[in-house]
Design a protein around this ligand. Structure first.
Ligand SMILES: Nc1ncnc2c1ncn2[C@@H]1O[C@H](COP(=O)(O)OP(=O)(O)O)[C@@H](O)[C@H]1O
Ligand SMILES: [Mg+2]
Length: 290
């Protein structure tokens, strides 16, 4: 198939606003979180979605992963309507599009060990019990963790390790599309670089399509081939990352770039430009915070 793997066609999403009294009095107002958004994501694309807080990035992610339904418009996976897929095969859609959240600790059950969490996810995918241990070991290796992590509980992991487990759990479903919503925003800069490198490597090795949501333009420039700039629920500009960031056409994109304190190239910890550069490990990341 040569069509887009993920499409949004004229998608809007609004939320009821105001209290019960407003609604009873018929003063029904709605907040438009996404306003007639159309977007095509091709297989293998690594797309950065940027925009200030409240611009609708997470709402878009929720629709793409099937956690929410659009108020109007259509979301398509590989040309098939999500509304139909969710009605007839909610399972497959959920498997094919997976999400990594900003803070995996809220997405991980605090009482379940890493291996149990991953094991349950593999069970959902239908992996027979006898194969699960070896797949868990493979998943841990894939995200750069050792087998000693398996028995640990989420609170026994560092922030960087938790994000890797969040990623491993998403990958356990063998998704085609991965949506990462601010996946490194809660990490310090050196750990951010590691998780970004990991995402970059996995995207290429597994042939994943990645939607990387971030307000950090420098990270997006490092990781992504395309960029989508959102403002107040609409897409104001999109295109190849280097073009849009190098020659922004929309005043809002220009303002976002101008607002990066040290400029797009001036991070404290430079990120390797080559996506397959060695992934550095720190003691904190390997052994967990003391
Ligand atoms: N479940 C919800 N109920 C009501 N309003 C929401 C809900 N989710 C998001 N919003 C509103 O929609 C707008 C877009 O939010 P969001 O998609 O989270 O933006 P971003 O991720 O870019 O910060 C915001 O004004 C937010 O308050
Ligand atoms: Mg958000």
């Amino acid at each position: 198939m040569t069509g887009p793997i993920l499409s949004l066609r004229g998608v809007s999403k609004s939320f009821p606003q105001g209290g019960l009294l407003d609604r009873l009095l018929g003063r029904d107002s709605r907040l438009v979180a996404l306003d007639d958004v159309s977007l095509d994501v091709m297989r293998g694309d690594v797309v950065g979605i940027v925009g200030e807080s409240g611009s609708g990035k997470s709402t878009l992610a929720g629709l793409a992963v099937g956690l929410a339904r659009p108020t109007s418009g259509e979301v398509l996976l590989d040309g098939q309507s999500m509304a139909v897929l969710m009605r007839d095969h909610a399972g497959p859609w959920r498997r094919r599009v997976q999400m990594v959240f900003q803070d995996s600790s809220s997405a991980l059950n605090p009482r379940k060990s890493v291996e149990r969490c991953l094991g349950e996810t593999l069970a959902l995918r239908g992996v027979p019990r006898a194969q699960r241990d070896s797949e868990i070991a493979d998943l841990l290796t894939l995200v750069g963790l050792g087998p000693e992590i398996g028995p640990r509980l989420p609170h026994e992991l560092s922030g960087g390790q938790r994000q890797r487990i969040g990623l491993a759990r998403a990958l356990a479903m063998k998704p085609e599309v991965l949506i990462a919503d601010e996946p490194v925003s809660a990490l310090d800069v050196s750990l951010q670089a590691q998780v970004i490198n990991l995402l970059s490597r996995l995207t290429r090795e597994l042939g994943l399509t990645l939607l990387f949501i971030s307000h950090d333009l420098a990270l997006v420039r490092t990781l992504c081939s395309r960029i989508v700039v959102m403002r107040k629920g609409t897409i104001v500009e999109q295109g190849p990352c280097l073009d849009v960031l190098g020659r922004p056409q929309h005043p809002y994109t220009q303002a976002l770039i101008a607002a990066v304190p040290k400029g797009l190239a001036g991070r404290r910890t430079p990120l390797p430009v080559r996506a397959d550069a060695a992934v550095p490990e720190t003691r904190e990341d390997i052994h967990g915070a003391a």
